[in-house]
Write a protein that binds this ligand. Structure first.
Ligand code: ATP
Length: 563
């Protein structure tokens, strides 16, 4: 996780400005402005030919047009490449920040964003940000600078042509602002719907067996259909606005160019003998104005074509920024270190209090408790009394509201959490099995674990026969293809792999198992915990009878009861 740390700026405005590629803007604007010089040379070349000066006289302006074309292409290419580079690295930093914030959220925090939403925002929605930053920023600048430059030049030759452009131009930004405001709202709704749809689908796919078992397939299909229909409606709303904005801009741009052409045409016919500062426009001057008129509207039209990018991009940026807002976090969440010390850990709990986010009553209140290094204890208490919550607090998966936890005499705080957690073996309820092979589920990406360590852990947890039976066959998502007992053995192997844990925290390892399997898991667990401190939350008296001490936990406060 450490390598995901990023030097992303704290201030959002600074951050967004970093995402706008300034050099790219300058290069692309320069490329657009070069068209003015090219148009001038084209007009001069045609004017020269019309004046019967011969084709040779037009050779040097033609060569100039060609040379400028090459320079323009090079500037455009460099600007575009740079724009995408800057936008991509900005998105990477923002994505990393959001991923770090999400990864750091406490698993006990039920207000954290759903997995479907996170996946949707980090992948699908985030992909709208690069086109927005890379295209919209440069085009917006171009749309302010290039038309003004062209207007000033046209004004030098004809104030009427300049006036036509001046009147047509402001209508475009006004419409764009109106449409953009609607487009952003529509895009936000659409992205929200995409996230909801993903979260909904993921959740229902996970519970497919339950849905089938309870005959709720049709009802679920109806809900999926209703969700998809919502998404379709919001997508169509966004598209409607995008098409409308293009149509409006095309109309005004075409009208503007047509009016300039009409003026120049009638000026040559002698019908409109004004507007050229008392002179008559030459062929070259008229052509120059005619060539510049579409270029005057071009940046605005380009801007309108990415207007939809802006709406989607800003909405995605906001979604990603919301994801990056930190919430209730794991203690010392970002660090990932290898265990540097060995040996069992003592546990000291002093006046511990904890209340789940969004709830009124504390689950734990004023808990004091002492467990010797190497001691094996069982927590036995009614369901809902806070056993799992307590184990999570011991592992630093959430911050207590009051009191302290000391493992091996060291407080479980920001400074020590990562190091202490590296010495903890964790068997959750139920253990999470990832899709992949047995070996990859044991190693869990820990780089220090080689084939030998994995095989040794598999041997300790006695999953040899299982491994032989399955060979290299993959395990399905959520442990599909494994029995409950096999999944537990796999989780035991995970805890056994690598350096021996100083403290093993286990949540109801024998729940839902038949007696023989429960017995076998108990034996494996005790063998694994031989040189470790063991804390096991359980309702199983047979397992509890095998440990050194039982701690009873009445709801609301834990009371220590000697075995
Ligand atoms: N993430 C959470 N957010 C809010 N409340 C929670 C959360 N997790 C648990 N609770 C509540 O806290 C209380 C203690 O839950 P916990 O899972 O710690 O009990 P437990 O003793 O382990 O129960 P069981 O034996 O059934 O596993 C319960 O009332 C539960 O509803």
């Amino acid at each position: 996780m450490k390598n995901l740390r990023t030097s992303f700026p704290r201030n959002e405005r600074d951050g967004r400005e970093r995402g706008i590629p300034r050099l790219a803007i300058a290069l692309q604007t320069a490329a657009s402005l070069l068209w003015i010089a090219q148009a001038a040379l084209i007009a001069i070349a045609i004017g020269t030919i019309a004046d019967d000066a011969g084709a040779q006289a037009a050779a040097w302006p033609a060569a100039g047009v060609f040379a400028l074309g090459l320079v323009r292409a090079a500037l455009e290419r460099a600007g575009t490449t740079r724009a995408y580079d800057v936008a991509r690295s900005y998105l990477s930093a923002l994505r990393a920040r959001a991923a770090v914030a999400v990864a750091g959220r406490s698993p006990l925090d039920i207000t954290r964003p759903s997995s479907g939403l996170v996946a949707s925002v980090l992948t699908e929605q985030a992909s709208a940000i690069v086109p927005y930053l890379a295209r919209f920023g440069p085009l917006r600048f171009r749309a302010t600078v290039v038309p003004v430059a062209i207007l000033a030049i046209v004004f030098v030759f004809s104030w009427v042509a300049a006036l036509v452009l001046l009147v047509a131009a402001p209508v475009i930004p006004i419409f764009m602002a109106l449409i953009g405001w609607r487009a952003k709202a529509a895009s936000e709704t659409q992205l929200e719907r995409v996230g909801d749809m993903n979260a909904f689908l993921l959740d229902r796919l996970r519970g497919l067996a339950t849905i089938r078992a309870f005959g709720a397939v049709n009802r679920t299909a109806d809900s999926v259909r209703a969700n998809a229909e919502d998404l379709r409606i919001s997508t169509m709303a966004v598209l409607r606005i995008a098409f409308l904005s293009s149509a409006v801009l095309e109309l005004f741009a075409s009208l503007g160019v047509a009016l300039v052409a009409v003026y120049v045409g009638f000026h040559y016919l002698g019908e409109l003998n004004f507007g050229a500062w008392g002179e008559k426009l030459t062929l070259a001057q008229g052509l120059f104005i005619l060539l510049l008129a579409p270029a005057f509207f071009e940046p605005l039209r380009d801007l309108s074509s990415v207007w939809h990018d802006r709406a989607a991009g800003e909405a995605s940026l906001e979604a990603l920024e919301r994801l990056a807002v930190p919430g209730p976090a794991i203690v010392g969440a970002l660090e990932s270190v290898a265990a540097s010390e060995e040996g069992p850990l003592s546990v000291e709990v002093v006046d511990l209090a904890f209340r789940h986010a969004g709830t009124r009553h504390p689950v734990l209140d004023g808990l004091n408790l002492s467990i010797r290094a190497g001691e094996h204890v069982a927590f036995m208490a009614p369901s809902g009394s806070g056993k799992s919550t307590f184990l999570a607090l011991l592992a630093g998966l959430a911050e207590p509201h009051a009191g302290a936890i000391l493992l091996g005499g060291e407080p479980m705080d920001e400074a020590n959490a990562a190091r202490l957690r590296a010495r903890i073996g964790w068997l959750g309820q139920p253990p999470h099995i990832f899709s992949g092979t047995l070996a990859s589920n044991i190693a869990l990406g820990r780089p220090a674990l080689g084939r030998k360590e994995i095989d040794h852990a598999a041997m300790l947890a006695q999953i040899g026969p299982l491994a032989a039976r399955r060979g290299g066959a993959p395990i399905g998502e959520g442990g599909a293809g494994l029995s409950g007992g096999e999944a537990l053995r796999l989780a035991l192997a995970r805890a056994a792999a690598g350096s021996r844990p100083g403290l093993i925290l286990v949540d109801e390892p024998t729940a839902h198992l038949d007696r023989a399997t429960a017995h076998e898991i108990t034996e494996r667990l005790l063998a694994l915990a031989q040189e470790s401190t063991l804390i096991v939350a359980t309702h199983d008296p047979t397992l509890a009878a095998r440990v050194d001490r039982i701690i009873a936990c009445p709801t609301g406060a834990l009371a220590q009861v000697p075995a």
